[in-house]
Design a protein around this ligand. Structure first.
Ligand SMILES: Cc1cc2nc3c(=O)[nH]c(=O)nc-3n(C[C@H](O)[C@H](O)[C@H](O)COP(=O)(O)OP(=O)(O)OC[C@H]3O[C@@H](n4cnc5c(N)ncnc54)[C@H](O)[C@@H]3O)c2cc1C
Length: 467
């Protein structure tokens, strides 16, 4: 049987190789280290953790990444079994001994009879004879390959820099203060004239907000992140430094908007939020990319009227990151729409985090193996953590058509905002409210995800057994 070629032996590539080989398909895993390094990796081990040693919460009842852990364990993940075997104490989180973890992954892959590891840099797209291939080269993809991907997908389609605006859970926005309206009630493509949520500010609120941006602690760029800002993507605090009126003439301009709650009061400035996923559960703060420290962001953004109790699905950030405009480029099996048999996996697809990258490696590995074996494979249901993340990357995200030239797809960690909503049954005689209701929803979503994931995996196994 011809092998699957996997480029990149990080979190995603290692998991993809394991899944494909466990399905009985030979794999060649191409990893450039130690022949060529990256600015963040320090060893030549596979699945090296470049920064923290945490896989985050291991709570599979009320935490989305905990649910993802549980699904990966059900699917026989090498990253999870190696993590579990090298756990160090970290409260409710799964943290690992980074060396022991990477060594366990490397040894398991080296020992697998169907896996060959080639220590070499791949400098262009996989040749045509690699008819099943997965690119899993991560946020620090080596330049020659990145250029080849960019040339094949279009220069707008591969980002080298991640300018992330914060994303808010819709149900935590106060619509007694904020209101739905598009600027000048414009009905764009697929729009209704009421596509944005608007948060109004008076002069005093605006001035206090600008001062908070100027005073707020900022994160410093690491040396390897020395990429310059590009136009249209300046952090809000940098805009505030350029003058107190800059933001009011930029992303916070109040023109063309009338406060539905107080039509006679002209807002001095307006923060706009745009729907971020097809489910309508997440909204991003338009033009609000920032380098403010996480703690500062929560506190400063809750100064915005309507966002006083906002919960953030992700906070803003700016760092180097190579990632595809996946919703436009990839199909539901992580395959490039323009080239059958070429898949992407890991952070380069627009997920974020060790566990999410490994999970998308797991899915890509299974799809590639199924294709090689000529077996159909149904994608994981959208109600699972696998499916929710896959949908964010390939389908559920709304592409921005009203701001040509700007990319709206942002890499994201798994979170409950990516899951389809669920109705929580009311306990007898009791109405759930606030935190209690949120917790009940999380529990219900987690239980649904794990049940659906089990059924999905059992369905796939039954199909193989029936052959
Ligand atoms: C500096 C930094 C810190 C981060 N910190 C965290 C954190 O603390 N927690 C967290 O959850 N996430 C973190 N992330 C985000 C992300 O989870 C990790 O980058 C994760 O390792 C991504 O997994 P991956 O498999 O997609 O890429 P990687 O794990 O980076 O694997 C990609 C592999 O491809 C190889 N490669 C690249 N180009 C080529 C080529 N042309 N030919 C052959 N091989 C190639 C690389 O050497 C590497 O081994 C961080 C990212 C960065 C850049």
């Amino acid at each position: 049987m011809k092998p699957i070629h996997i480029i990149g032996g990080g979190l995603a590539g290692s998991e993809a190789a394991w899944q494909a080989a466990q399905a009985g398909v030979p794999v060649v895993l191409h990893e450039m280290r130690p022949v060529r390094g990256t600015d963040a990796h320090k060893t030549d081990g596979l699945a090296e953790l470049v920064c923290s040693n945490s896989f985050r919460s291991d709570d599979a009842e009320t935490n989305a990444v905990g649910v993802l852990h549980a699904e990966m364990r059900l699917a026989g993940s090498l990253i999870m079994s190696s993590g579990d075997a090298n756990q160090v104490p970290a409260g409710g989180a799964l943290a690992v001994d980074r060396e022991g973890f990477s060594e366990a992954v490397t040894k398991a892959l080296e020992a697998h009879p169907l896996i060959t590891i080639a220590r070499e840099e791949i400098t262009g797209l996989p040749p045509e004879e690699w008819d099943e291939a997965i690119i899993a080269t991560g946020p620090l993809t080596a330049p020659a390959l990145a250029e080849a991907i960019s040339a094949a997908t279009g220069s707008e389609s591969l980002a080298f820099f991640d300018a992330i605006a914060p994303i808010v859970h819709f149900d935590t926005i106060n619509l007694d203060i904020a209101w739905f309206q598009s600027r000048y009630d414009k009905v764009g493509p697929g729009g209704t004239g009421k596509d944005y949520i608007n948060c109004p500010m008076d002069k005093a609120q605006y001035e206090a907000f600008i001062q908070a941006l100027l005073d707020g602690g900022k994160t410093e760029f690491k040396e390897w992140e020395g990429t310059p800002y590009f136009d249209g993507c300046l952090p809000i605090e940098v805009m505030a430094e350029r003058g107190p009126e800059t933001l009011r003439h930029g992303p916070m301009k109040p023109m063309g908007l009338t406060n539905a709650h107080k039509p006679d009061e002209k807002p001095y400035a307006v923060v706009q939020l745009r729907q971020d996923n097809a489910l309508g559960t997440l909204y991003n703060m338009v033009g609000f990319q920032t380098k403010l420290k996480y703690g500062e962001q929560t506190h400063i953004f809750r100064m915005i009227p309507g966002l006083e109790t906002a919960e953030f699905a992700r906070l803003g950030g700016l760092h180097r990151n190579t990632y595809l405009n996946s919703p436009a480029l990839l199909d539901g099996t992580l395959q490039l729409k323009t080239r059958t048999g070429l898949r992407f996996a890991g952070q380069i697809t627009g997920c974020e985090g060790y566990v999410e990258s490994a999970a998308m490696g797991l899915i890509a590995g299974r799809f590639a193996a199924a294709a090689r074996l000529g077996r159909p494979l149904t994608p994981p249901p959208a109600t699972t953590a696998f499916g929710a993340l896959l949908n964010h990357i390939t389908g559920g995200h709304i592409l921005s058509e009203d701001e040509p030239g700007k990319r709206s797809f942002q890499p994201m960690n798994v979170n409950f905002g990516l899951f389809p909503p669920i109705e929580v049954p009311k306990p007898e005689g009791k109405r759930l409210r606030g935190k209690e209701k949120t917790l009940a929803k999380k529990r219900a979503m987690s239980a649904r995800a794990l049940a659906d994931c089990k059924a999905w995996l059992e369905g796939a196994a039954a199909e193989i057994a029936a052959e």
